[in-house]
Design a protein. Structure first.
Lengths: 269, 288, 374
């Protein structure tokens, strides 16, 4: 039974990673437009990548949007989670339903809704002309719910008396908030922020409808390419991005695993 | 104190009102007005109308047929994902804490490779001279025409959304205690009884979450179908997209379609939620 | 009496750590057997071997005459009450109790009848439709008992079933469990780290430590005649001294010879001597066998607990009379209250009460802590 499930897991993970490995492999291919046919090993796409204005520009837009929207979503989401936690049952239900809405609403629908909103607003306020700003607004909107959802369970686990103890020991409400409440829910805030960042980087559909022509994200740029053959610089860039994340996650994972074995050793003693 | 901290959610409330509720309102407005801003049902009527004289039927060439086709592909994708993900999620949830962490990381990691590129890779895999057909050729199986068929779309969808099925399943299953399973064995349940009477009912919330997280995006996708399905047949997402950015845009009908899609998905989710008797709906998403 | 369960030379290790090391144990039909020991002594592992959740690395498990090493849990005629009950959260009280019978595809009427009987037995009539999460700890405990008994097991295994309950409830449940065991006449194998629980409920107590059985006996045997320093220290309070057996019925400690009731040792064999605190008489200094100075006195309700320094060795003595700190008193010990034991690996590990502090009494039990952390 055990070997059977192990074989099964290996197969599924293999299938999950096969296309990724293909992208990585073909970033080192020397051929140009033949879609994914191996010729020779070459690093030329990595060199050319750093001369490709369009791609570098898209990368910079993507990263800026992701950073800004992660920051905003984390602040708004953290405050919201604390606020919602303090509400009565009924109100909390309502707020959580609103919170869940962007996550369950089909992305196409959210995308066209944003597009219509921004077109309407731009008629009055020119800042809302589709571009970097609208991109950020859209990303904050669909990232925030993930932050809220990561923090809510942490708040439920915290002991409300800790905050009161801090007040009792002479903290002002603001001090108590920063010295007690925030540290308690910090893991939730961090995973929430990480998820927001991931979602923002990974997003295509909503960016597609809100980006306009002035500020294109990577995925929008890639989409405009996949219809014609993709330039292999994109493979090179994606390989670099994927490799970076892989190494970072690996390091985080090693850290966590060490933590666990230390804990279990202590427990055994 | 409690009253005051409720106000901390105010920025969130205002933001969400402005950027989720108002836009949906605008979609509603476009769906029910004509070019002159007059109230009309025409847009909605157009979606449900079909002209038999032009060969349009409920199953062909009409908006309704596109919707049914999308729902069907979404359903297939969801069922296949569930079947594939369930054993995997269960075996992750039974592993040691260390292995669990690593496996969950492995499930999430693919999301960091742009999905368009992954889909592109699948496209070349499935193509006539692709690796799959070369592989099948080794066994003497003739070249299969998978690309530009429904099968290709479903493969792409399952591939893309599988993590969204695995993670919610895992996060519920990991809470099933070893002792509950042992208690069932102790009371005489064999492997199948343990599964049917304990593991399955306890993982229902995860199944429902997973279904939602896979069904919604796969029904409404507008990229994967274009890339893998060719241009033979559109899914509803493609149609909506073309109504807004295509060559012959029609915002009224596009909005009406978006609305219909939204309502359909809400109905599907309400049905799934009915199956969930537990009170856990407040939780929503999945924990990492 | 017939043996229902026999364990022969059982050994188990996890990750290279030895959990059980050559364990032999026979459990008689209808007996209330308690496996008692500190956390990590192997008692829960022993229970899980009987339940079928662990296959031993070495040795045999017999149910009656049948070797059951490879019989899976669901085919064993024993049922377990788990540490944290392990009730099924998705089923109500009725369905929890009916679980085993549903699995066996029993008839509806029979199931209903048995569930009703079981719920009556554990005083939970009228709770059938309740969700288990709405029950108190004590009630959940009762559901767990009813669920296990509904399967009509020959042997009931109980893994620290009362550890999560508060003191008062624990005492009530002790009595109730004992009554259930007596009225049904089935064998109970009970695991606990609480010596009082073990002594008050069991027919037979199995004291374990380090993966080995230290002593098997009736509660009175275990208390009055501990076989080594570990048992003496673990069960109740003990003063454990180094002594020398001069001849039969004569043991020497503190440079003084005492009459005792033990015999059969070598001449001049070094031994451990145990004297229980309640078995020591306090007399005028000049009349005592030993003379000491009181260093601490604590009121315990029924008696005082005093610590007496005799030539640097701190005795614990329980007495109903008050003795002020720094007063000098004499000590007398009756011959039959002196228990002489052979030296063992535990000699020297336990001794006097020099590190005695009242706070130690209140220290949380490590195992209970572990349980709470799970």
């Amino acid at each position: 039974m055990k070997t059977l499930s192990r074989i099964y897991n290996v197969i599924i993970f293999g299938l999950l990673y096969f296309p990724i490995i293909m992208v990585i492999v073909f970033s080192f291919n020397s051929a140009r437009y033949t879609p994914m046919e191996w010729k020779d090993f070459s690093l030329q796409w990595y060199e050319k990548l750093f001369q490709n204005e369009e791609i570098l520009n898209a990368l910079s837009v993507t990263l800026q949007v992701a950073l800004i929207s992660t920051l905003a979503a984390t602040v708004i989401g953290t405050l919201a989670a604390i606020g919602i936690h303090a509400m009565n049952r009924k109100l909390r239900r309502v707020m959580l339903t609103i919170n869940n809405f962007p996550m369950v609403n089909p992305e196409v629908v959210s995308g066209v809704a944003f597009m219509l909103l921004f077109v309407a607003l731009a008629a009055v306020l020119p800042v809302f002309k589709p571009g970097f700003f609208t991109l950020c607004i859209a990303h904050v909107t669909f990232c925030t719910p993930y932050v809220v959802l990561q923090i809510m369970p942490k708040l439920r686990q915290t002991d409300g008396r800790l905050y009161e103890a801090a007040l009792d020991l002479g903290c002002t409400p603001l001090q108590a908030f920063f010295k007690v409440t925030i540290p308690e829910i910090l893991p939730g805030i961090l995973t929430g922020a990480l998820m927001a960042f991931t979602m923002s980087l990974d997003d295509f559909a909503i960016s597609y409808f809100t980006a306009g022509s002035s500020a294109q994200t990577l995925s929008v740029t890639i989409y405009s390419m996949v219809k014609r053959p993709v330039t292999p610089e994109i493979y090179a860039l994606s390989t670099l991005l994927f490799g970076t994340v892989f190494v970072l996650l690996l390091l985080a994972n090693i850290g966590q695993v060490r933590d666990i074995s230390r804990r279990s050793k202590r427990a055994r003693r | 104190m409690k009253k005051k901290s409720g106000m901390l959610a105010a920025p969130f409330g205002i933001w969400m009102a402005l950027f989720t509720i108002v836009p949906i309102g605008i979609v509603l407005w476009f769906a029910f007005t004509d070019a002159n801003g007059q109230f009309t049902f025409d847009n909605v009527r157009e979606i449900f109308a079909f002209d038999p004289s032009k060969g349009e039927t409920l199953w062909n060439d009409s908006f309704v047929s596109t919707i049914l086709y999308s729902l069907w592909l979404g359903f297939l994708t969801t069922v296949i994902s569930l079947v594939i993900a369930y054993p995997l999620a269960f075996s992750i949830s039974r592993a040691t804490e260390r292995v669990q962490l690593t496996m969950v990381m492995l499930v999430m990691l693919p999301m960091w490779m742009n999905f368009l590129l992954r889909t592109q890779a699948i496209k070349s895999l499935l193509s006539e001279s692709g690796l799959l057909n070369q592989f099948l050729g080794l066994f003497g199986v003739g070249s299969l025409e998978i690309l530009n068929t429904d099968v290709a779309i479903v493969i792409g969808l399952v591939y893309d959304f599988l993590p969204f099925m695995i993670l919610p399943l895992y996060s519920v299953m990991v809470k099933i205690g070893k002792s509950e399973i042992e208690a069932a064995q102790d009371l005489g349940a064999n492997v199948f009884s343990v599964f049917r009477r304990v593991v399955l009912p306890l993982s229902v919330p995860g199944i429902l979450n997973g279904i939602t997280m896979v069904f919604v995006p796969s029904v409404s996708t507008f990229v994967i179908s274009t890339l893998l399905g060719g241009s033979k047949r559109m899914m509803i997402g493609d149609v909506i997209e073309s109504m807004f950015v295509g060559e012959a845009p029609n915002r009224g009908v596009g909005s009406a379609l978006a609305l219909v899609l939204m309502v359909l998905i809400l109905i599907c989710m309400a049905v799934t939620r009915l199956a969930d008797k537990s009170e856990s709906t407040e939780e929503g998403g999945f924990a990492l | 009496m017939k043996d229902v369960i026999t364990l022969k030379d059982i050994a188990v290790s996890f990750d290279g750590e030895t959990i059980l090391d050559g364990l032999d144990l026979s459990i008689h039909d209808g007996e209330f057997v308690t496996l008692l020991g500190p956390s990590g002594c192997g008692k829960t592992t022993t229970l899980r071997i009987i339940g079928g959740f662990i296959t031993p690395d070495r040795g045999d498990v017999f149910f009656g005459d049948q070797r059951v090493n490879n019989v899976p849990p669901h085919k064993r005629q024993v049922n377990t009450i788990f540490q944290r009950y392990a009730l099924f959260p998705h089923l109500n009280v009725y369905e929890n109790v009916a679980f085993g019978m549903r699995v066996q595809k029993k008839k509806k009427a029979e199931i209903a009848e048995t569930v009703e009987k079981m719920l009556a037995l554990v005083n939970l009539k009228g709770f059938e439709k309740r969700a288990v999460s709405t029950l108190s700890g004590g009630q959940q405990q009762r559901v767990a008992i009813a669920r296990a008994l509904a399967n009509n097991p020959k042997v009931l295994l109980l893994d620290e079933p009362l550890a999560a309950l508060d003191l008062k409830l624990r005492k009530d449940m002790q009595v109730e469990l004992k009554n259930i065991q007596k009225s049904l006449g089935i064998t109970f194998v009970y695991v606990t780290h609480d010596q009082e629980e073990a002594l008050s409920m069991s027919d037979t107590v199995v004291v374990m430590d380090g993966g080995r059985i230290q002593q098997i006996g009736t509660p009175t045997d275990i208390y009055n005649e501990p076989q080594n320093a570990f048992v003496a220290d673990f069960i109740g309070e003990s003063n454990i001294l180094d002594g020398v057996m001069r001849e039969d019925y004569k043991v020497e400690f503190f440079g003084k010879e005492f009459r005792c009731v033990d015999f059969g040792f070598e001449k001049d064999e070094p031994v451990d001597v145990v004297v229980r605190p309640e078995d020591i008489d306090i007399v005028e200094p000049e009349k005592g066998d030993l003379i000491g100075r009181v260093t601490n006195i604590t009121f315990k309700g029924v008696h005082y607990e005093i610590i007496v320094d005799v030539k640097g060795f701190k005795w614990m003595i329980q007495t109903t009379d008050f003795h002020a700190v720094d007063s000098v008193i004499g000590i007398m010990i009756d011959p039959q209250e002196i228990q002489v034991m052979k030296k063992s690996e535990y000699s020297g590990l336990y001794g006097d009460y020099s590190s005695f502090s009242e706070e130690f009494d209140g220290l949380a039990d490590p195992e209970a802590e572990n349980g709470a952390a799970q």
